[in-house]
Design a protein. Structure first.
Length: 574
C-alpha cells in the first residue's frame, strides 16, 4: 500500500483537510507527489520555476497521480555580495534542507519532484532527497542567455573594481550592470549553480541532458512533464535516491566535475549530500580523480564561452561520452535504466543533433567548446587539495584558472581578519606584487563561510598584481573566481587552525603540483621545518583571538554546529 494511503487510516483528519485545501475525493486515492521548488522572486534562477511546477503537475496527473505544490525559496549569492548577507549563504542550504524535511515528514507523500536552479537550492534539494529517501527526480531550472557581446554576470565584479579604480566611467559601468542578466535561469558561467545542476544529472537524479538547458529555449517544460510522469514509475519500481546515489555515482559526478572545471563549492556540497546517505567523500578522493580526468570544457570562468554553449555542445551526456572509459556505466539513474543505457538511448533519439543545431547557428564547432580526452585543455582536472602546516586538514584550489607562473610560488603574508579589510587594502593599492593576502575568521564557525568573489576580482582585474598576488582564506570562493585563490583552509581560524597564527611578512610557499601549502619563514627570512614548528608553538601559546562581529539568530546556531569545510560545512551536533 502507498504510504499516503496507509496514513489516511492513521490520521483521521487528513481527508477532511485536503478536501478543504481543494483536493477532490477522487484525488485522495491517487499517488501523492510533493512538487518542491525554490520558486520565489529572490533572483532570476527561481522566479520562473512556478511555470515548470505546473508542467510537472501535468505529467503527474497524466500518470494518475496528484501533485501538491510546496516552496522553500532561496537567496541569491550575487545579491548578497559585498555585505553581511553573504554570511547567510552557506547556512541557507541547511535551512532549506531542514524545512523540506519538516514538510516531507509531516505530510505523507509517495514521491517527490524537486525544481531549482542555483547555488544553495540545488545541493539543498539533493540533500533533502537523500535525507528523506522517497522516490524523487530533480528538474534543473536551466541557465540564462549571455548578453550582447557575450556579456556575463561574473564580469560585473571586474567592472566594479575598474570603476572604483577610475579606469571606466559611471556610464560604462551602469551599462554593464543593466545588461548582464538577460532573463530567467542561473548565471551564464560555470559557477556553483551551473556546476550543481550538472552534478545532479551526473549523480543520476536528473533526466539525461536536462542540466543547464538555456531557460529561454522553452525545453525545460518538456523535461518537467517527463519528470512528473517518471516519478510515478519510480514509485511503482521502488527506486529511491539511496539506490541511485551510491559511492560509484559520486565518483562519476567527481569525474564530470574534473572535466568541466566545476566550482570549488562542490567540495562543500557533494560531501554534504553523501553524508545524508551515510557515505563519506574524503578530500583525497577529489584530488585523486582530478589528477586522472582532464579538463575539457572551454566555458567561463576557466574558458572562453558562456555556459549555454556547454548545452549546445551536448551538455553532460557529451562530457560523459568523452570520459566514458573512466565512468561506472552500470549505476542506476532516475530513468530506471543504467547510465550506459541512457547514453546509448541519447545517441539513438536525436538528442545531440538537437543541441548542435544551436552551435551551427552561432558558427561555433563542437570541438571549440568541448575538447576530447586526447587533446584536453589541461591534462588534469580543475581542482587540487593542498595540505601542509597552514592547512593540516586541507585546502582547495581551482588551478585551471591560475597562470602557470603562480602554481609554485613563495610570497609575503598580508593577513586580514575580515574580507572587508582585505578588499579595501587591494582597491586602495596597499597590496604589492608578490604579496599573499590572507582573509581569515571567514569559515563556517567564523562568519558563516561567505565567498570572496569581489576580492578575487579586485586582484584579477588589476594588472599590477593580477599575476603575482595569491589569496588564501578559510572562507570560500564564487564558482566564477579566477586567479590563485586558495580556500576552505582547515582547521579554520575560529577553530584554532594555523591560519590564525600567520603574521605580517611570514613567508608562504604554495606548491600546487606537489599539493602543499606551508608557512616556511617569518619576517621574510626562511626557516627550517623544525624552526617553523617551534615558532608556531610559541605563537599559539600567546595567541589571543580578535574580537569579531557578534552573531545572533540562525547565524549563531550555524557557527556553533557547522563541521569543517573539508567535510562539507553541514550542521552536526558533536
Amino acid at each position: 500500500m502507498l504510504k499516503s494511503q496507509a496514513m489516511r487510516g492513521v490520521a483521521a483528519e487528513i481527508d477532511s483537510l485536503k478536501i478543504g485545501a481543494g483536493w477532490t475525493i477522487e484525488e485522495l486515492d491517487k499517488a501523492q507527489i510533493m512538487i518542491q521548488s525554490s520558486a520565489g522572486e529572490s533572483h532570476p534562477g527561481s522566479v520562473h520555476l512556478d511555470e515548470y511546477v505546473e508542467w510537472v503537475r501535468k505529467g503527474v496527473n497524466e500518470k494518475g497521480g496528484r501533485g501538491a505544490r510546496y516552496t522553500v525559496t532561496d537567496m541569491c549569492d550575487g545579491i548578497a555580495q559585498g555585505h553581511d548577507g553573504m554570511n547567510y549563504s552557506l547556512l541557507s542550504r541547511e535551512m532549506i534542507v531542514n524545512m523540506i524535511e519538516v514538510q516531507m515528514q509531516s505530510t505523507p507523500f509517495d514521491g517527490a519532484v524537486f525544481l531549482a536552479s542555483c547555488d544553495k537550492s540545488v545541493p539543498a534539494h539533493l540533500m533533502a532527497m537523500a535525507r528523506n529517501n522517497l522516490p524523487s527526480i530533480f528538474v534543473p531550472g536551466g541557465v540564462m542567455m549571455a548578453g550582447k557581446d557575450n556579456l556575463t554576470l561574473e564580469q560585473i565584479g571586474t567592472y566594479q573594481a575598474k570603476f572604483l579604480r577610475e579606469e571606466i566611467d559611471e556610464e560604462t559601468y551602469t551599462y554593464y550592470k543593466q545588461n548582464a542578466c538577460t532573463g530567467c535561469g542561473a548565471c551564464q558561467f560555470m559557477g556553483t549553480a551551473a556546476t550543481m545542476q550538472i552534478m545532479a544529472e551526473a549523480l543520476g537524479m536528473a533526466l539525461p541532458g536536462s542540466a543547464i538547458m538555456p531557460a529561454a529555449l522553452g525545453g525545460i517544460k518538456h523535461v518537467a512533464v517527463d519528470a512528473g510522469k517518471q516519478v510515478i514509475e519510480l514509485i511503482d519500481k521502488d527506486i529511491s535516491p539511496k539506490k541511485i546515489m551510491t559511492l560509484k555515482a559520486f565518483e562519476n559526478a567527481i569525474m564530470v566535475h574534473a572535466a568541466i572545471a566545476g566550482s570549488t563549492n562542490s567540495l562543500l556540497h557533494l560531501p554534504a549530500i553523501a553524508h545524508e546517505l551515510g557515505l563519506e567523500l574524503v578530500p583525497e578522493l577529489f584530488d585523486e580523480i582530478h589528477r586522472k580526468i582532464p579538463f575539457l570544457c572551454n566555458v567561463r570562468p576557466s574558458g572562453f564561452y558562456p555556459v549555454e554553449y556547454y548545452w549546445y555542445a551536448g551538455g553532460t551526456p557529451a562530457v560523459m561520452e568523452a570520459i566514458k572509459a573512466h565512468l561506472h556505466l552500470d549505476v542506476l539513474t532516475v530513468t530506471g535504466k543504467t547510465l550506459g543505457e541512457n547514453l546509448r538511448d541519447l545517441k539513438e533519439n536525436g538528442y545531440y543533433e538537437k543541441c548542435h543545431k544551436y552551435l551551427e547557428i552561432k558558427g561555433v564547432a563542437v570541438s571549440s567548446v568541448l575538447k576530447q580526452l586526447t587533446a584536453p585543455i589541461q591534462e588534469q582536472g580543475a581542482i587540487a587539495i593542498l595540505k601542509g602546516n597552514l592547512a593540516l586538514e586541507g585546502a582547495v584550489v581551482k588551478h585551471s584558472a591560475i597562470d602557470k607562473a603562480m602554481l609554485q610560488v613563495v610570497g609575503r603574508a598580508r593577513p586580514f581578519n575580515s574580507e572587508e579589510d582585505a578588499y579595501h587594502a587591494i582597491i586602495n593599492d596597499r597590496i604589492e606584487p608578490g604579496d599573499i593576502v590572507f582573509i581569515r575568521y571567514e569559515g563556517p564557525r567564523g562568519s558563516g563561510m561567505p565567498e570572496m568573489f569581489y576580492t578575487t576580482e579586485a586582484i584579477a582585474s588589476n594588472p599590477k598584481i593580477a599575476h603575482s598576488v595569491a589569496l588564501i582564506t578559510d572562507g570560500r570562493f564564487s564558482g566564477a573566481t579566477r586567479g590563485p585563490a586558495i580556500g576552505h583552509v582547515s582547521p579554520e581560524a575560529e577553530e584554532g587552525g594555523n591560519i590564525a597564527l600567520v603574521e605580517e611578512h611570514d613567508l608562504i610557499e604554495i606548491d600546487i603540483p606537489n599539493r602543499t601549502l606551508n608557512i616556511i619563514g617569518e619576517k621574510g627570512v626562511r626557516k627550517t621545518e623544525a624552526e617553523m614548528d617551534e615558532i608556531l608553538k610559541v605563537r599559539r601559546a600567546v595567541y589571543v583571538k580578535p574580537k569579531l562581529k557578534e552573531k545572533k539568530g540562525v547565524l549563531k546556531i550555524y557557527s556553533h554546529l557547522a563541521v569543517s569545510p573539508m567535510k562539507g560545512g553541514y550542521l552536526s551536533i558533536r
